[in-house]
Design a protein around this ligand. Sequence first.
Ligand code: C5P
Length: 348
Amino acid sequence: MLTKNQTQQIVAVAAPAKINLCFDIVARREDGYHEINTLFQAIELHDLIRFKFSPRQSNLEITPTAENSPITLNKSDSCIEPAHFPIDENNSISQTIKLFLAQLPNRPAVSIQVQIEKNIPIGAGLAGGSSDAAATLIALNHYFDSPLSESKLIQLAAQIGSDVAFCLSGGLAVGRGRGEQLEKVDLNLDYHLILVKPRSIHISTPWAYNMYDQFIESGSSANTLPSHSVSDALLALKFQPQLDKQTHVFANAFEPIIFKEYPLLAEIKNNLLNLGCLAAHLTGSGPTIYGLVRSEQDGQRILKSIHGISIEDSSDIAETKEDKALILDAWLTKCIGHGARILASKVA
Ligand code: C5P
């Protein structure tokens, strides 16, 4: 019989995106990060990652280059932005593999090939890179027969990025600290939602926080920023049976800042509300806007209307002709009660 050391193994994992139903910035910290209060929700939109583990004679080398990368991008029809997806060592999957293997006492002689079907848009506020990292931790821990405890995985996740710990467990959770301190909420929200993202807009999280700091430092505007209570949102979710009474408490503290830079996003939000969404907000630092809908049918109707909308970006940021002729990507998805997880594990 062949042992694990002699056979190739394939582990397929799903990496779901997240939205922030509620997002508040509490304070800037000494370490440059910001203290936040957020209500994370995992959603059905996900990347699919397939790891192929092959035993090797010599020790593993993960030094991906553009030409010779262990990561090969599967450009599926649904992969809308392959050009923005880094296949070098900046990729969150490569970084996570290196970090994980460094935890093992004996460096295993194995090579790892990764294929990804990238469905979550990049730089979108949907934690695509973070979820890929979480799925990688789960796949590697599975392949190596769980050498790392759950708490060690959570610790590594927090080291990789602020949203990665949430992406491990998913569902609905309150996030505090940088977002890595989690309190799971035992509620399965039965919401369908629409996501809308202008294809040409990608927002870097550090840039967004920097804009927020400048906004606060500019003085007079500081008091005009509303404070959004995650506990109010939780109370509404737990004790309000009516959907529209639950959803009006959601909010995002980045909106005044990001909407000022990208007025188009405010327009998308208003369109979603006019089309009948119960609530519509930026997720994370954007640019994706989520809109909560009453039912899947309602979602289908709104999705059709979104695809028919053509919005011209009149802001100064849209410099090129291509930027101005906007393509809106839109998805109908729903809340899910889990995070990254294994779909299949088999000998190749
Ligand atoms: O942790 P993550 O890699 O996602 O963070 C990216 C950047 O976003 C950080 O370097 C920091 O500039 C900013 N950030 C922040 N406060 C947070 C999360 C992220 O300032 N709570």
